[in-house]
Design a protein around this ligand. Structure first.
Ligand code: F6R
Length: 364
């Protein structure tokens, strides 16, 4: 049941410190700070290219993973939504690695892509939350997310646990490929090990996010901006908002604003910026100033340093804890979930069962 919570979605958001910890503990030895993946039928050091296929929120987990796998494990990544991948006829390298990310393990397009890749001779690994699902059965190997049953149609804890699995896979690949030195590996592992505790800290900002929800609930359109892994979080934030509040929202790479969407900016369009103080922060801060100069209302999700450096004119800022940039997308996913949740509650929608949506999309 929902216990003390009003909706399954809220309960599942609050379960994240626990289920992130469970997922991590199955892959990670905290004393030695090393990743141990379940047995794989191929050697990680032979992986030269990764293909990622998924839908919806699971696809956004794949987008985060692309940044990680390319920048940390130095492996080229091809990623697409399953409904496009299936019909693109991409040339695939026999013996390559394909990852299928799916909460349900039953999504029709993702499953079809898995079957296609398997027939082409790729190693197929399923990152799934339902261990007895079709994808888990048909893949060569499974990397499980231990989120437990996700009842709310809007995916929350499945997303953050998918990210934990992908981060662990990234570290294991980076080591196998000799792509990172020991010091970097130790720093990234430490960052990952701290995620459950940091997630609990981030949940304490629920009231601050709730306080912003009224303004967002009054909007007709909302933009979410970010760069790097925060771009994927922006896309996820926009998807969460539109699916449960029915407010039109778009996620954009912050640097793409000036190529079109900046035309939408006026004082009625809240612009939610995901920007931990990382290596891309100054670039995003420049985009924030461009929005402010056009009368846009910025809601900034950052840390104390980011907020100190963004400059004047931000309408609202939420000061989140300082986190390692590597794991920031896992932690910044939580405030965008909470914000969407509170907006939907104000709007009076059916948060756990939004209209027109099914938990598991088993038709093409
Ligand atoms: C969004 C959402 C959907 C799913 C998508 C894929 O909150 O729930 O976008 O992420 O339908 O589903 P799975 O992960 O089961 O393949």
């Amino acid at each position: 049941g929902k216990g003390e919570y009003r909706h399954f979605m809220l309960k599942e958001i609050y379960e994240q410190p626990q289920v992130i910890g469970d997922t991590l503990n199955a892959l990670f030895n905290p004393a030695e700070r090393t990743i141990t993946l379940p047995a794989l039928p191929f050697a990680l050091e032979t992986v030269e290219r990764v293909t990622i296929v998924a839908c919806g929120t699971s696809y956004y987990a794949g987008l985060v993973a692309r940044y990680w796998l390319e920048s940390v494990a130095r492996v080229p990544v091809d990623i697409d939504v399953a409904s496009e991948f299936r019909y693109r006829a991409p040339p695939l390298q026999k013996g390559g690695l394909a990852l299928f990310i799916s909460q349900s393990g039953e999504t029709a397009d993702t499953l079809a892509a898995l079957r296609h890749c398997k027939a082409q001779g790729l190693w197929c690994v399923a990152v799934v939350n339902v261990p007895e699902s079709t994808m888990a059965r048909e893949a060569h190997a499974v990397l499980p997310t231990l989120a437990g049953p996700e009842i709310g149609v809007a995916s929350t804890k499945a997303f953050t646990t998918q990210l934990v699995v992908m981060a662990a896979l990234c570290l294991a690949l980076a080591r196998a490929r000799h792509a990172i030195d020991r010091a970097t590996e130790a720093r990234l592992s430490r960052g990952l090990a701290e995620v459950p505790a940091r997630a609990a800290e981030v949940l304490k900002y629920d009231d601050a996010l709730h306080a912003l929800a009224q303004e967002v609930a009054e909007a007709r359109d909302v933009l979410y901006l970010g760069r790097g892994t925060s771009h994927a979080v922006a896309l996820e934030g926009a998807l969460k908002l539109k699916e449960i509040s029915y407010i039109h929202a778009e996620g954009y790479p912050a640097g793409e604003m000036k190529h079109g969407p900046i035309a939408l900016i006026d004082e009625t369009v809240p612009v939610i910026v995901i920007a931990p103080h990382d290596g891309l922060f100054d670039k995003t801060a420049g985009n924030v100033q461009e929005v402010i100069a056009r009368g846009g209302r910025i809601i900034l999700l950052s840390d104390a340093e980011g907020i100190a450096h963004v400059g004047a004119g931000v309408a609202h800022a939420v000061t989140l804890p300082v986190v390692d940039p590597f794991v920031a997308p896992i932690l910044y996913a939580i405030p965008v979930q909470l914000l969407a949740y509170h907006v939907a509650v104000i709007k009076g929608t059916d948060v756990d069962q939004p209209r027109n949506l099914a938990k598991s999309v088993t038709v093409e």
